[in-house]
Write a protein that binds this ligand. Structure first.
Ligand SMILES: [Zn+2]
Length: 225
């Protein structure tokens, strides 16, 4: 396979990706271990299903801009919609980053990270929310979460956002295939990221660029292994 370049790090180059099943792309070296893990989980009655695999820079940029423009809701820590208009630009950026990655900074750009749920635990018309309550206590996916806690590492997968470190909100559904993700982590380049984000298509660009080192320290680097 080709070596990792800056454009791959930022979800702008798809040559390392392969199709897992309709619509889901993953890094080619992640597909087999992921399928092996799913097959093993199936023997324990779990139907591990992908909510999100690879996501491009363009897609993450659209999500970001929708949040800034109020097209998509921005939530507070209790999961209630926030009124962004009442916040200064710096605070808008920090509020969005709690739940959404900055374009160029999502681990989903690498094809190594996967959001999963358990289709065997819910009715076929279940509306997935991807909130922590679904993965804990009496939530439908708490058994999946326990299974992953016990077995995922044996297949090379970790959960980088399983606990709240004050940056990215807890994401027990987010898996990362460490043997490949680590190769991307090693190449993170803030100077290149700055250049890509210095782009007039990015909403709140000035506030993002002025705080890029803080953003990296609080929201990006804590997810690194
Ligand atoms: Zn995720």
């Amino acid at each position: 396979m080709a070596s990792i370049n800056n454009r791959m790090l930022m979800g702008c180059d798809e040559q390392l990706l392969r199709e897992l099943d309709s619509g889901v792309l993953l890094h080619g070296d992640v597909i087999k271990p992921f399928q092996t893990m799913c097959d093993t989980a199936a023997r324990d009655g779990l139907n591990i299903t992908v909510a999100s695999g690879y996501r491009s820079f363009a897609r993450q940029l659209a999500i970001w801009n929708d949040k800034v423009r109020g097209v998509r809701p921005v939530l507070n820590d209790s999961g209630h919609p926030l009124d962004l208009a009442t916040l200064a630009d710096h605070d808008k950026v920090m509020a969005i980053l709690r739940w959404s990655a900055l374009p160029g900074c999502s681990r989903h750009h690498w094809g190594t990270d996967i959001d999963v749920w358990d289709a065997a635990a819910v009715a076929s018309d279940y509306r997935l929310q991807l909130v922590p309550g679904e993965y804990a206590g009496t939530g439908p996916f708490s058994r999946l979460s326990e299974w992953l806690q016990e077995h995922a590492a044996g297949f090379g997968f970790i959960r980088p956002y399983a606990i709240d470190r004050g940056g990215v909100a807890p994401e027990p559904w987010h898996l990362s295939y460490l043997p490949v993700a680590r190769l991307f982590e090693e190449k993170l380049d803030t100077a290149f990221l700055y250049k890509v984000l210095d782009n007039d298509r990015l909403e709140l660009r000035d506030a993002v660029l002025a705080n890029l080192d803080t953003i990296m320290a609080r929201f990006v680097l804590p997810g690194m292994t």
